[in-house]
Design a binder for this molecule. Structure first.
Ligand code: ZN
Length: 227
């Protein structure tokens, strides 16, 4: 009786082990970007600014809000190709509220309703020194987005900053940032370059670079989401 009991236990352990392996294998395959319940993982992509709030402006006259939207839409396409459900905070050039405050509250509402696994807010930077270049990542000061932000920063350092700029040593920066605090999931702001730098502006004006930035961000999201 003891022998039979042991054999049954071993069998049960083996069945459990094979089941676990099958689950892991599935999570690395086609059904990768899903939750345990089989729901697709959700990413909110937030194109910063819009409408009356154009954000920073380059020397060519290009507005940050327009470049943000182009990168955000490309990021949406890349993520959807990876099996992710994407919720956009805006898809048009306009703001999503009559005032800046309403616009931000509406973005928060969209984020909360989406119940996302990750939030990525797309922006472009400006700095007093025109020499400053490259992609920088920011996360909430509660720290929930730290791991994601650090992974994303390391990824863009390797794939973009070291390729196009002399700055491949940026570290993700913690800050008191409204959009990263809307929902209890890793939330980051990606500043995709500096419109105060002529070379960054030139790159950001090309569809090829915007696509490359989106690809790199999407890749880091898929890493984090286990896709
Ligand atoms: Zn901005």
């Amino acid at each position: 009786m003891t022998t039979i009991f042991i054999k049954r236990s071993v069998l049960l352990v083996l069945v459990a082990a094979f089941t676990a392996i099958a689950v892991v294998a599935t999570s690395c395959g086609i059904a990768a970007a899903t939750t345990m319940r089989g729901q697709p993982k959700v990413v909110v992509v937030d194109a910063g600014h819009g409408g009356m709030d154009g954000g920073v402006v380059g020397s060519s006259g290009v507005k940050e809000s327009d470049l943000n939207l182009l990168i955000a839409k490309e990021l949406q396409r890349q993520l959807e190709n990876g099996g992710i459900k994407v919720v956009m905070t805006r898809t048009g050039e306009g703001a999503i509220g009559a005032t800046k405050k309403q616009d931000m509250q509406n973005r928060k509402k969209i984020i909360v309703e989406a119940q996302p696994d990750v939030v990525v807010s797309v922006h472009i930077n400006k700095f007093s020194s025109t020499k400053r270049r490259g992609v920088q990542v920011f996360y909430d000061d509660t720290g929930i987005g730290k791991y994601f932000a650090e992974h994303l920063q390391n990824t863009v350092n390797q794939a973009l900053n070291s390729k196009y700029t002399s700055r491949s040593d940026y570290v993700a920066i913690k800050g008191d940032l409204f959009i990263t605090k809307c929902y209890s999931c890793p939330s980051v702001i990606v500043e995709c370059g500096f419109l105060s730098n002529a070379e960054d502006e030139k790159l950001l004006l090309t569809a090829a670079y915007r696509q490359e930035v989106a690809e790199v961000i999407a890749g880091a999201c898929l890493d984090i989401l286990g896709a």
